[in-house]
Unconditional design. Structure first.
Length: 116
């Protein structure tokens, strides 16, 4: 009987490998490489600042355009970035890991964009 090119492991093992590869994307995170460090309390006060929401895949590119660097390299893996005038972060309506805060921001962003 032919092994159909699967060698000593056989078709059953090949099918299990294919199933694992197909299931793998469900385990992959779309998270930035740099850690989010909680700042000291003195910096956690209320403030008024512009927020720029961009497509989640564009956050790192936009942050790199704004001059963000991580380990000396352009911050293309940034999950968000900010300076004294502007915060750049993923559009809360498009984030894969939403939750109450993102859902609320998405709702309010819709009002900003003309939803009654």
């Amino acid at each position: 009987m032919s092994d159909l090119g699967y060698g000593k492991y056989g078709a059953k093992h090949a099918a299990m490998m294919v199933a694992a590869i197909v299931a793998l994307p469900g385990c992959i995170s779309v998270q930035a490489l740099e850690p989010v460090i909680s700042p000291p309390g003195v910096y956690q006060r209320d403030n008024r600042v512009m927020v720029e929401f961009v497509h989640p895949t564009m956050v790192g590119i936009r942050c790199a355009e704004r001059g963000v660097r991580f380990m000396g390299m352009p911050g293309i893996n940034s999950g968000a970035c900010a300076d004294a005038e502007l915060i750049t972060m993923a559009n809360p309506c498009l984030t894969p890991t939403a939750g109450w805060y993102a859902d609320t921001l998405c709702h309010e962003l819709a009002h900003v964009n003309g939803w009654p």
